[in-house]
Design a protein around this ligand. Structure first.
Ligand SMILES: Cc1cc2nc3c(=O)[nH]c(=O)nc-3n(C[C@H](O)[C@H](O)[C@H](O)COP(=O)(O)OP(=O)(O)OC[C@H]3O[C@@H](n4cnc5c(N)ncnc54)[C@H](O)[C@@H]3O)c2cc1C
Ligand code: FES
Length: 271
């Protein structure tokens, strides 16, 4: 019988520095590992612990997984100080991910904040691979400073892709930054979208998701068309321990992607 808690071994093949606090870890699993965009994995650092992360790589690749991780605490700090070629464990994938079938034929607004662009990169890979199925992809990304922007080399290439409209912003400007200055909500105006057939996907820190959601409702988005990627401290990742409960939902099993319609009447969803 398959042990659902048993991690697969993966070699840490490469480490890419994205910003002073964020790195992308390129993992080569020893067995093929499949996930759908928006699903998450539990990553184990042997002898230290495990933590949930959403792959940021192309879900069509079965032999390689990228995870883009911010250094915030014990597991992530040790990962950030790790060297290449060590063995890690991955288990999963868990959760439901993005319902791509519901996005077909639509204008897709994607709003990312900080390291929240990581799961969205995997979504972008999926959308780009089948771009004719979608009407357009409008990406709005905000970081604290120009230094904190992740995927700096990829962003200009994405901006030139067919059907893509991309704007980035930083909270604090600097002499070398020529783009928009202001929170991500400041670039959610004059959007090139047909609201009647648009959906929005949001991923970032809870406070950013809260204010982006309020702005989207103001713009006329329907709560059922706003997809939020929720985070909570997790343990089992499979709906058994109750750690990630929010109202009647388990983030790990029923999410981590929810529509605002599902969450709007629950207590303190942004904590
Ligand atoms: C479904 C899911 C997907 C995620 N994807 C990513 C990702 O792609 N990239 C990324 O950098 N992070 C992601 N996270 C957050 C990541 O899991 C936490 O940053 C990580 O667990 C922190 O572990 P730690 O041992 O380093 O920190 P700890 O020592 O446990 O804690 C350090 C600080 O981080 C806070 N924290 C701990 N766990 C979480 C958590 N799960 N959510 C929010 N705050 C937390 C603590 O309250 C504390 O303030 C995701 C979380 C979830 C639930
Ligand atoms: S993490 Fe255990 S129930 Fe969700």
């Amino acid at each position: 019988m398959k042990n659902i808690y048993r991690p697969i071994e993966a070699v840490l093949e490469d480490i890419i520095t994205e910003s002073p606090t964020i790195k992308t870890f390129v993992l080569r699993p020893k067995e093929p590992f499949e996930f759908r965009t928006g699903q998450f994995i539990e990553l184990t650092l042997p002898g230290v612990g495990e933590a949930p992360f959403t792959p940021s790589s192309d879900p069509n690749l079965k032999d390689k997984i990228d995870v883009t991780i911010m250094n915030v605490g014990e597991v992530t700090a040790l990962l950030h100080s790790s060297a290449k070629n060590i063995s890690l464990g991955i288990r999963g994938p868990y959760g439901k991910g993005y319902p791509l079938d519901k996005f077909e034929g639509k204008d897709i607004l994607i709003v990312g904040g900080g390291v929240g662009l990581a799961p969205l990169r995997s979504l972008l890979f999926s959308l780009f691979a089948d771009i004719d199925k979608y009407n357009k992809v409008v990406l709005r990304y905000g970081a604290r400073t120009a230094n904190d922007i992740i995927y700096k080399e990829a962003i200009p290439h994405w901006a030139k892709k067919k059907k893509v409209d991309l704007v980035t912003t930083v909270d604090m400007g600097s002499p070398e930054w020529k783009g928009n200055v202001g929170l991500v909500t400041t670039i959610l105006k004059d959007l090139p979208l047909d609201l009647k057939k648009a959906i929005c996907v949001v991923c970032g820190p809870p406070i950013m998701m809260k204010f982006v959601t309020l702005k989207l409702l103001d713009l006329g988005f329907n709560p059922k068309d706003i997809y939020l990627s929720m985070e909570k401290n997790m343990s089992c990742g499979l709906g058994k321990c109750g750690h990630c409960r929010i109202g009647s939902y388990y983030i790990c099993k029923d999410g981590p992607v929810f529509t605002y319609e599902q969450l709007k009447d629950l207590y303190d969803i942004w904590d």
